[in-house]
Design a protein around this ligand. Structure first.
Ligand code: SF4
Length: 351
């Protein structure tokens, strides 16, 4: 068909990794793997994929599951909106599509949490439909091989890359072609210092010929990162503690953390304990602080969290202190709740 597609497919047949979701045509399992692998390294995502596929072998099992159980299984993987969307979409497929994954690209694309890339991946991998996938790996390969300087994070760039990807797609082998180009980007045409000397595309690669490998692909914007300062209050009274289920419109929705005082800037311990927020929180209740942690730095895609944990023993029942959004639990039961990795790290270090 075209030499680009032939070359990457030949390369793929020899070099592909044996990944469990590649040995199935089950759209549910393919979808599961695609959602888990977004922004995730294969080594990290593999165990999550196996746990989900084992605990919820079909979309109906996932639809019926308790949301807290799903969040708990997702714990540590980050980008938690993926887990919430996974559950919402499983319910839609169970109800609206009677448990059968739709095979039409537009219908797949209309599902929650599924963008153009994932819809094309499911349509091609599960149903062999001729839709080209364009993920970070594909952007990189195309930008380098064909010397495209249009920034990949602009609408013009997306249009150009999608058009080229679809033009190159071998429609007779859509699944194989898509798997091949993604794997080629992940293993051969890596972001930093790829070994171009052994690359089967080096005779047709613009970036290699023009020494532009390190400069391509081009991005227009740099991500703005917001710094946030969290002061977590870990309360104790007679073997109980308080946790808080996080609400929508912020990070970690539906996960649990401790009662939190967020400050505009980083405060020293003394400044924090003298702050009006702390005084308002603790009121006139008697307490003793048994420890104050150092600063835990936690980096998300658009936020840097600087967190400190205060362990506080209280003389009164916690319900007199905690905000209305928090609940009281036995200290020994905290492991049952899905918490962000930051909290998990603190609890592991503390114990
Ligand atoms: S020659 Fe280098 S830059 Fe070009 S496709 Fe191969 S690995 Fe990527």
């Amino acid at each position: 068909m075209n030499s680009f597609s032939d070359k990457i497919i030949s390369w793929y047949k020899i070099n592909k990794r044996d990944l469990p979701w590649r040995n199935t045509k089950d759209a549910y399992l393919i979808w599961l793997s695609e959602i888990i692998m977004q922004q995730t390294r294969v080594e990290q995502g593999m165990n999550y994929y196996i746990s989900f596929a084992t605990s919820y072998p079909t979309v109906k099992h996932l639809a019926k599951a308790d949301n807290d159980d799903i969040m708990k299984l997702w714990q540590g993987l980050g980008y938690y909106s993926r887990a919430r969307n996974l559950h919402a979409t499983a319910r839609i497929i169970a109800d609206k599509y009677k448990g059968k994954f739709p095979d039409d690209y537009t219908q797949i694309l209309s599902l929650k949490g599924i963008g153009e890339y994932t819809a094309a991946a499911i349509a091609s991998f599960a149903f062999d439909k001729p839709h080209a996938v364009v993920d970070g790996n594909v952007f990189r390969v195309l930008a380098r091989v064909f010397g495209i300087e249009t920034p990949i994070d602009t609408s013009q760039g997306k249009k150009e890359f999608y058009a080229l990807a679809n033009q190159l797609l071998n429609p007779k082998h859509a699944a194989m072609h898509n798997q091949a180009i993604m794997e080629f980007g992940a293993i051969q045409c890596k972001p930093v210092s790829p070994d171009c000397s052994v690359c089967p595309l080096n005779t047709m690669c613009f970036a290699f010929a023009n020494r532009r490998v390190a400069q391509l692909p081009i991005k227009a914007k740099t991500t703005k990162v917001r710094n946030r300062y969290f002061n977590y209050i870990v309360l104790h009274h007679s073997g109980t503690t308080a946790i808080n289920k996080r609400k929508a419109k912020d990070i970690w929705t539906n996960l649990y953390d401790f009662p939190l005082i967020e400050t505009e800037k980083e405060l020293s311990e003394q400044e924090f304990l003298a702050s009006p927020q702390w005084k308002k929180f603790i009121g006139k209740h008697k307490y003793s602080i048994t420890s104050i942690s150092g600063i835990y730095k936690h980096i998300l895609s658009h936020q840097k969290i600087y967190a400190r944990f205060l362990e506080v023993n209280c003389n009164v029942s916690l319900e007199k202190i905690i905000p209305s959004s928090a609940i009281i639990i036995k200290e020994t039961e905290i492991e049952k709740y899905a918490v962000p990795r930051l909290i998990e790290n603190y609890l592991t270090k503390k114990n």
